[in-house]
Design a protein around this ligand. Sequence first.
Ligand code: DGY
Length: 425
Amino acid sequence: MTQQMIDQAKSVMRKNDRGSYTVPTHGLYPFQWNWDSALCALGFAHFDEPRAWTEIETLFAHQWEDGMVPHIIFHQMDDGYFPGPDVWATGRTVPTSGITQPPVAGFAARRIFDRARDKALAASKARALLPRIHAWHQWFFANRDPKGTGLVAIIHPWESGRDNSVDWDAAFERVPTEGVQPFTRRDTSHANPAHRPTDEQYKRYIWLVQKFRSLGWDNAQLHDASPFQIVDPGFNAILIRSCVDLADLAETLGESEIATQSRAMANKAIAAMESLWSNQHGQYLCYDRAIGALVDSASIGGILAAFAPIPGARAKAISDRIEVLAKSCNYLVPSHDPTAPEFDALRYWRGPIWLIVNYMIADGLERAGRTVMADRINRDCLRLIEQSGFAEYYGAINAEACGGDAFTWTAAMVIEILSAQEIAA
Ligand code: DGY
């Protein structure tokens, strides 16, 4: 059973492998996506280590001069996706989008390095990637935290990866729709429109792209110019975890300056995360920087924060909070509270379960000693696969397969979870 599932997962990854990068899934996402790639490298590492390193190298080969690593790299033209390179107009030789995505690469590089069978290969690959990943982390704090609070803001919902989260419904209202050039969505011809963001949200996504484009994609200006500035605890937790992991990796490789700087960024951010804690909800919340207020929406972003080395009492509270969520769904962890009025069982980030997020939450809880809950989340991931195959995401009540199918990062997570179980057994 286990081996059969691993074999199926490998074949999904192979199908989406384009040689030096992997597409998230055929049709819906025909290019290289940033955090998809870094997480998919974790899966490759179990059966093809050189290929795992190549995935991350290809991503960083398209890093901008200022340090940003873009969220999409348009390696080969494909008009099945909107918005394509002509809309972004970032002026790169190989076109890319102009925003970024959750920085999981530091975490992934360290994990692949630690588990490497080919130690010499891992050392040379990691050594070359180290300054690049570090530059990306520094870019975040320089450009997305201009006042030096310790936490970074996203300036477009697509940066969080949680595109249509309830967390930014109110903030997104402040993004206008006037002046948006007419467009045709392509996502809804590949996936069920009822599982995707709404047309109204798409107009606002594109308004922000047009706004940033009008500023020449100059990151020194974009943060302050954006009407959308959200400090997402999940996003910051990923950045913190990657800084900590990069610090450890740098120490192992004798790069003490990178280690010291990474550790300092992480420590400052960990302390600042306390400002996002809500006793009332027993989890972290988003902070709307544009208006200076916490967002009263207890979604998965504040639970994903467990991926960072947060205080033990916070990790316990998050585990308790997941226990409460479990009372209103059959599978963990829903991306929004099923008892909240905004919960939308099958619509993208407004309710469904995402295996990559489950994996990161479980990993963090395990590190914090919350192994019972971590195991339960991992078991639910496998139950979802048995029930509905390698989907993009799943209904938390009935395990429906949602969004795209034959999904790379879902497959990679399954290999991760099953392989970890084998190692433990
Ligand atoms: C999409 O197109 O749905 C992505 O989430 C944006 O990168």
